[in-house]
Design a protein around this ligand. Structure first.
Ligand SMILES: O=C(O)CCC(=O)C(=O)O
Ligand SMILES: [Fe+2]
Length: 383
């Protein structure tokens, strides 16, 4: 059943394509404004203020992970899945269950579109700070240029800046955060996100099969896909092993689709307790299972903690697209994934919009935010 607030949002009458700002598009969270890291490095490439220096436990393994294990992340060929290859579907199931992360090849996005996004983003981040600050995040939202997930003035800060925007549904767009310079950036975002959306829908259809639904199952459960794009800019750091580019976290999405630079490694995922680097495969996309699939699959497919580390010489940019359900969707384990053994359901029902906002108003801290959806042991027997 579609509830009333869903209908209200559907009928907002937004004319985004004509550039009229949609004042009713939702806000997501507040984040305390902090210094621009790229500018700090430009002014003094040796300065690493205390608020970025992590304690030893947080830094664990920062330096020793560019190892042989980097090639172990599963690789999924989307064209084989589209050709109904059973073996590839099994590989997908294994990748989701064992790793929560995989790289996708033959995804069908033209190289030109990928490069168009990359070139435009590089040009944006090269602009003077005053120009980029025309798109600064406001205090009450995390769209725009700035830093998300800063919940306290005491917390350690990430060595990165970001440009974040909601791309779909189009009536959620806030064009004031879509940079007009460089001139091609808006079109590049539009073209890239449109293609990512197609890949996401294909992946959702195969994920539907492996959770025991028909192909349209998971897409239908979103009511309307919400897709956000986050361009992460990680400047180099003279003390790379003392800082973290992006704190360990799992994504609040259904799935996330990440394009990374090909020449600078930075993404690390937690696998069997170790941090493992994801070595970029040219033209591939990294996909990870988000918290929503973890809940829908009753924990069979986990949203794995990941983080970004920093290079001492080179800046790195990553392009993360988050595929999420509509705010009003109530997420809980699917009947197809709940076994007959106790405890049956490991997660309780939660409205997605509430889950998302609760997660966003705190600092990124591993998987701490998914605990709000977990069923506590002492009430398991009542379900
Ligand atoms: O930069 C990366 O590789 C990771 C980005 C990421 O995890 C995110 O934006 O959620
Ligand atoms: Fe992430």
């Amino acid at each position: 059943m579609i509830n009333s607030s869903f209908i209200r949002k559907e009928n907002m009458g937004f004319d985004g394509e004509n550039g009229i700002e949609n004042e009713k598009a939702p806000n997501w969270a507040t984040s305390i404004p902090v210094d621009n890291v790229q500018e700090m490095v430009r002014r003094n490439s040796y300065a690493v203020p205390e608020k970025y220096i992590r304690n030893l436990e947080d830094r664990h393994g920062n330096t020793c992970l560019f190892s042989a294990s980097t090639n172990n992340i599963p690789v999924i060929d989307l064209s084989l899945l589209t050709d109904n290859c059973k073996e590839e579907l099994k590989k997908l199931d294994l990748a989701c269950a064992e790793w929560g992360f995989f790289q996708v090849i033959n995804h069908g996005i033209a190289q030109e579109t990928l490069l168009g996004m990359k070139d435009a983003a590089v040009s944006f981040f090269e602009l003077p700070l005053e120009e980029k600050e025309k798109y600064s995040m406001p205090p009450n939202d995390i769209q725009g240029y700035g830093h998300a997930y800063v919940a306290s003035t005491e917390q350690k800060l990430d060595w990165s800046d970001a440009l974040i925007m909601v791309v779909y549904p189009t009536h959620y767009r806030k064009y004031k955060y879509w940079p007009a310079t460089p001139p091609g950036l808006k079109d590049a975002i539009e073209a890239y996100s449109f293609e990512v959306n197609k890949v996401a829908k294909k992946l959702l259809s195969f994920l539907s099969l492996i959770v025991g639904m028909d192909k349209e199952g998971l897409l239908g459960m979103h009511k309307e896909i919400m897709q956000a794009l986050r361009l992460n800019y990680y400047p180099p750091c003279s003390k790379p092993d003392q800082v973290i580019g992006l704190s360990p976290h799992s994504d609040t999405s259904t799935i996330s689709i990440l394009m990374q630079d090909e020449d600078v490694t930075g993404l690390q995922i937690r696998h069997h307790g170790e941090w493992v680097s994801v070595k970029p495969i040219p033209n591939s996309l990294v996909v990870n299972i988000g918290d929503v699939i973890e809940i829908w699959s009753n924990g069979k497919y986990k949203s794995i903690e990941h983080r970004a580390v920093i290079n001492d010489q080179k800046a790195r940019i990553s392009y993360a697209s988050f595929i999420c359900p509509n705010d009003d969707v109530e997420i809980e384990p699917l009947k197809q994934t709940v076994g007959s053994q106790e405890p049956k359901k490991l997660y309780k029902k939660i409205r997605y919009g509430d889950f998302l906002r609760q997660s966003m108003k705190r600092k990124m801290e591993g998987k701490a935010h998914t605990d709000v959806a977990k069923i506590e042991r002492n009430i398991e027997k009542d379900l």
